[in-house]
Design a binder for this molecule. Sequence first.
Ligand code: SF4
Length: 390
Amino acid sequence: MSSNRSAPSPKVYGWCPGALRPMVSGDGLVVRIRAPLGRLSQAQATAIADLSRQYGNGLIDLSARANLQLRGVSPETHGSVIAGLQELGLLDQDVWRESRRNILLTPFWQEGDVSHRIARSLEGALLAAKDLLLPGKFGFVVDTGVKPLLPNCAADIRFERSGPDILLIADGTQVGCPVTVDTAEEAALDLARWFLEQGGAPKGRGRMQALTARRAPPPAHEVPRCTSAPQPGPGNTASGQLVALEFGQITAKAFASLAEIAPLRLTPWRMLLMEGARDLTTLPGVILDATDPRLQVRACTGAPGCLQALSDTRDLARDLAPHVPEGQILHVSGCAKGCAHPGPAPLTLTATSSDTFDLIHHGRASDQPVKETQSASALRAAPQILTKGR
Ligand code: SF4
């Protein structure tokens, strides 16, 4: 699809926010916490809820890369948040280390398993390879369970299992190179160097997928990837209970309640895995029912929380959720950047002003709309507009 003509172009940053380098948003600073291995002990989670209440606006986001974000922190209280995170062992020494640890690990890892060992050694190797000048958003996925679970999560280099093999994969390709736990970190660094040598990051920016769209991966990449497993929904798993967050957000109060029950693992699916928990039926501020219509909508922060947003997004998404056809996703985006769902969605509404949206079928937030701009009130009054003419 060509690009959307109604919506103005959003600003694209070449880096991701962290704790030491927070991002300015419409409701204050967004302080992103990269929990090691995506896990928080009960004490850490309780303390994070306290930091959010004391120094932020009491709202916590779970990002699509399984990081937590404290919202509404002010420049004056940022130092106190940093001190708190330091005490919890959740702070890197500097911004470079913080952004370098861009590794997304399957939430179902077990102590000492292949995913856990690769993620550990890769983190050490990345921090040691100071000569490797990768783009700010360059990221890794370690997903070596029986079947891949994270193929839709953004990454440049992936580890997945394919039958008996552990594969190293350049994003955008359907083949990989077999590695072992012992060779994985060096092979990943070699692939990152190949990316740079092949011109993957002119002027310091670029993604592997764009490079592999125009160039074949290295010759040893010839083993086909395995079919992925469907993304799990809320409910029991062998590792604990998954609970979903409406729009990936939770109040500090509800987060503290979850922390009283179990350690938390952060997932990229806007769900928390409550380690070892099962059959919990009443929990505040989370979605436990896998058929809840809110699980079929994605909506970014929107106005007023995001400075780039042209409109509020979440009220409209909540109202339209019951009208989204079964098995489909509606993405409501405050601008053409599409943060809440970067890939194509069956239905997308992209704000073009404070009360109007472009409707896109099977595309991204920046794609060409199929209908003339619709007002939010017209969409609420006649939600069948969403699917008409498909
Ligand atoms: S997509 Fe949403 S959150 Fe992202 S920049 Fe646009 S308005 Fe902000």
